[in-house]
Ligand binder design. Sequence first.
Ligand SMILES: O=c1ccn([C@@H]2O[C@H](COP(=O)(O)OP(=O)(O)O[C@H]3O[C@H](CO)[C@H](O)[C@H](O)[C@H]3O)[C@@H](O)[C@H]2O)c(=O)[nH]1
Length: 346
Amino acid sequence: MSTQPDTILISGGAGYIGSHVTHALNEAGFTTVVVDSLVKGNRFAAEKASHFRQGDIGDAAFIAAVCDEFKPAAALHFAAFIEVGESVQKPDMYFENNRDKAVVFFKTMASKGVGKVVFSSTAAVYGEPEIVPITEDSPWKPINPYGQSKLEAEMALREIAGVRSATLRYFNVAGGAPEAGLGETHVPETHLLPRLLLPLLDMPAEIQTGLGLKSGFKVFGTDYPTRDGTAVRDYIHVMDLADAHVLALKYLLAGGKTEIFNLGSGEGYSVNEIVAAARKVLSRPDYQPGTAPRRAGDPATLVADSTKARSVLGWAPHRGLEEMLSSAATWHQTETYINTIRQKVS
Ligand SMILES: O=c1ccn([C@@H]2O[C@H](COP(=O)(O)OP(=O)(O)O[C@H]3O[C@H](CO)[C@H](O)[C@H](O)[C@H]3O)[C@@H](O)[C@H]2O)c(=O)[nH]1
């Protein structure tokens, strides 16, 4: 089979992280082929790819046809459901989509000779860690179906004969690339940065209502055993994450063996510290958020030890918290974001 070494298949490339990685791959000189059902993904983001085919990762005939058409050298797999709370309500849906369909996708590609996969995983595979910062060999003990479904997909991928993989376990991804027409565009929006920024940005009322933010942003939990009582997370800029994917892909293309890598900055910020940074970036020194009880299932502290990604892949994050906040704020005020959310919530 003749492969074109520079053609990369990207499942879920119309989603938040997949679209930023697709952009980074385009910039790095690869030809990108996105497959996305657009159930969660966005058409404006799919259009950033060199080629886009709409379809489901669980549809083996569709994936096989895309492989025949483009003969990719490798694949990156992002397509998944990502909401922890929803996974508790509908575990079957998460296991079907995130594990079973992923396995169909991996096996179909393997049958077509695509034997290199970068897999989008999550810090949720570690559950409530006993020791932070978290290394890759910390116990894998997810505490919700989202984390469990991702862990089972990871393990299935590592069992497929003839496939080498890089599993990337992300911590808290934030920010966007508004200069490239990309940013975080979720409905519902559960993540801290957009939920904090949107009410401060003078957004149209229907957007605030549609995203459940009409009564403003609230800090979930002020009684955690942390330095200021609010939960601590490791935030990483989505374009730093994208750089790591390009490096992981090049690592596999160069013959690298199957590995797992944590991706985070190694630095933890509390929710109150993020609020303080947002006050500064948006010039709103007097802003005071509301408070609410802890959100079920939220651990106190999650911080990555990414030493392995730094040493094996040569990766380092370069963009700090202010850049995450300012790029997100710019993105949320673009016509693309506002129009997309308007359509989704109408
Ligand atoms: O309106 C909000 C939203 C969030 N938070 C707090 O902000 C922190 C970060 O919350 P996010 O929802 O942004 O991120 P999580 O750490 O909960 O989630 C991350 O890890 C999850 C798995 O554990 C999923 O992978 C998810 O997509 C990823 O962003 C948490 O302490 C949360 O309680 C608030 O205080 N108010």
